[in-house]
Design a binder for this molecule. Structure first.
Ligand SMILES: [Zn+2]
Length: 400
């Protein structure tokens, strides 16, 4: 994990840069893994298609499989919390390392990770992956002083290729004071939003399974009064809907919410594996994209997804949103991921950015090569992170 990338170059039959594609092109990068040139090649090329490295815009790397986890959300959440309470720290570090290997083997070069315990920071910041890690905050019972103290304790400093942010977990688990403290401390927030109908019920009326869960945990303040609006309006009122905020799931949006989110400039990350796990309806991603909302894809966690593979997410996305073409689907997993994390150089290939890319078998065209990948007919042959090659079964991955 400590070996530095050396400078190098690769000439390919097709190179997908982001929105644009080149034929017979060469990528050259320096010893820091930074792209120096992307240009047409006059020499021989490898018969491959290069695409930008995939961006997993929402994951919880340290959460491993939760045996017997239910498929109803609130009991599932209880099972995840109970499991976390009993796991030794070493198990979370090991799960994070396993996740990093799984991501690299399947074409992912950047993540938006949510760290609830602080144990994923060291392995991720020392890994080849880029992206942003958000330290999670929960505390529905916290008033202003305690909220500021928690934010102060949890705030991270960037390290290596890793930018940082905060993740006030969700409107049903974070007090108004904690949302405000997080927003004043960090420009970059990741929030689970409008995930299930019970969340909207709780915010509208203060009743239902979330009220019961919070009461059982001793976290429902006696003075609590429901805000009386849905999750998006509530977050808007709290002042946390900003262009550098990323919302996760948004399964249960209400009338007017799409306009609200588009005008606030926030990004949405959807997690196809989690949608399938809980057998949820597909949210209207094509409508969100048409409204100008950047929509990205995430693997979420092993507690609701059998794999760490963004390739699996792409294939699920193709099933959930059949009206989106392969190029648009790839954008969800690349350029839109970079935008969602407010790291717009990720998920595209350009001079000055990292040499993060994947090699696919070349078909008749770049579009046909991407199509074969998205529909599961072609593999990722190798992943390059900052110019360093990780074959899908390479020793370099095994030593991480
Ligand atoms: Zn999540």
């Amino acid at each position: 994990m400590t070996r530095q990338a050396t400078g190098g170059s690769l000439a390919a039959r097709f190179v997908v840069l982001g929105e644009h594609t080149l034929e017979h092109a060469e990528l050259c990068w320096d010893e820091r893994g930074c792209l120096r040139r992307v240009r047409r090649s006059r020499g021989p090329v490898r018969d491959v298609c290069v695409i930008p490295g995939l961006v997993d815009a929402h994951c919880h790397l340290h959460i491993d499989v939760v045996p017997g986890a239910p498929r109803r959300f609130v009991p599932w959440l209880g099972a995840v919390m109970a499991r976390r309470a009993t796991l030794p720290a070493a198990a979370e570090v090991a799960a994070t390392r396993t996740a990093i290997r799984g991501l690299l083997q399947s074409g992912t070069t950047a993540v938006g990770d949510i760290d609830a315990t602080g144990r994923a920071f060291a392995p991720l910041s020392r890994s080849p992956l880029a992206g942003r890690q958000y330290r999670e905050l929960t505390g529905f019972h916290l008033a202003a002083t305690a909220a500021r103290a928690l934010v102060h304790e949890r705030a991270l400093r960037p390290a290596g290729a890793l930018a940082v942010g905060l993740s006030p977990h969700a409107p049903y688990s974070v007090s108004p004071a904690l949302f405000r403290a997080a927003a004043s401390r960090s420009r970059h927030l990741a929030i689970h939003c409008a995930e299930v109908p019970e969340e909207q019920q709780f915010l509208r009326s203060g009743t239902g399974p979330f009220a019961e869960l919070l009461a059982s945990l001793g976290r429902l303040p006696a003075a609590f009064r429901a805000p009386g609006v849905g999750a998006v309006k509530w977050l808007e009122r709290l002042g946390v809907l900003r262009p550098t905020t990323l919302l996760v799931h948004c399964q249960e949006l209400e009338r007017g919410d799409v306009t609200r989110l588009a005008s606030a400039g926030v990004a949405i990350v959807v997690c196809p594996g989690t949608i399938e796990y809980f057998q949820r309806a597909a949210p209207p991603v094509p409508r969100w994209l048409a409204a100008g909302i950047p929509v990205a894809l995430g693997t979420d966690s092993r507690a609701s997804n059998p794999s760490w593979s963004m390739l699996d997410e792409l294939r699920r996305a193709a099933r959930l949103w059949p009206s989106l073409g392969p190029t648009q689907l790839l954008q969800l997993a690349t350029t839109n991921g970079g935008r969602a994390l407010d790291l717009p150089r990720l998920g595209r290939l350009g001079r000055g950015g990292r040499a993060d890319f994947c090699l696919l078998p070349a078909a008749n065209s770049a579009a046909a090569s991407v199509e074969a990948l998205v529909y599961g007919e072609a593999p990722v042959l190798a992943t390059y992170c900052a110019g360093r090659r990780f074959g899908t079964k390479s020793a370099a991955v095994a030593t991480l």
